[in-house]
Design a protein around this ligand. Structure first.
Ligand code: SIN
Ligand code: MN
Length: 218
């Protein structure tokens, strides 16, 4: 027995960036999968966004709270069907606050009020190029949850898309959070590992990623 038995297992990947393996319970994962099926059909259906170069992302996304389209947040999904985006549920914010508490302490968690969630779905061949999360007006932590198949996640530096970076396998139930000196680090998903998840997570195939942020918008 160690003194720190209650501490979640965590790994600091870069200053202020933490990986928590197996952070979500199976029950939480199944709840997120059920919610995903509801969120993905509307009021704004899940879609692949088209980025500035005209490239259509391989990842499909549906948003809560604020709709993200390259490269802004709006209350209506003007690039999809013009409908108001579904509200950001408080229970999802509570999960994010627990991750923030484990990474940065209770005071940081009490202050943390995410107002936007991006629900990303990766099929067997989807990837996400190296990018920064920088459409927010404030510098608050980004919390990310993974359910379903494992992916290879690349967490880099704040200067460019190249080395130094760290490759981590994000598995079903893992949490990742970045803030402070790493808040504007480039990151992306380089590959999926199809059929790697245990069926008990509730997702038949692919991977769900839920990323929560504070937009700083009113
Ligand atoms: C993202 O950066 O928006 C998603 C990262 C992930 O899928 O883990
Ligand atoms: Mn991102």
């Amino acid at each position: 027995m160690t003194l720190f038995n209650d501490q979640p297992r965590l790994r600091e990947i870069a200053p202020g960036a933490f990986h928590f393996p197996a952070w979500l319970s199976l029950n939480q994962q199944q709840t997120l999968v059920r919610s995903f099926h509801e969120w993905s059909v509307g009021p704004v259906p899940m879609r692949s966004a088209t980025v500035r170069s005209g490239y259509q992302m391989s990842v499909k996304t549906v948003c809560l709270g604020w709709h993200w389209q390259p490269y802004k947040y709006t209350r209506t999904a003007d690039d999809v069907n013009g409908q108001p985006v579904a509200p950001f549920p408080e229970w999802l914010g509570d999960i994010a606050r627990s991750v923030v508490a484990d990474a940065y302490g209770r005071d940081a968690a009490v202050r943390y009020q995410p107002d936007a969630a991006m629900i990303n779905y990766y099929d067997d061949v989807a990837k996400m190029g190296m990018h920064q999360d920088r459409d927010e007006l404030v510098n608050e932590p980004v919390v990310s949850l993974s359910v379903g198949d494992t992916c290879r996640f690349r967490f880099g530096n704040v200067t460019n898309r190249n080395r130094p970076y760290t490759d981590i396998d994000l598995k079903s139930g893992d949490a990742f959070v970045f803030a402070g000196a790493s808040r504007f680090a480039f990151h992306g998903v380089t590959k999926m590992f199809p059929h790697s998840a245990a069926p008990a997570c509730g997702l038949e195939c692919g991977r769900i990623n839920i990323t929560m942020r504070v937009t700083g918008k009113t």
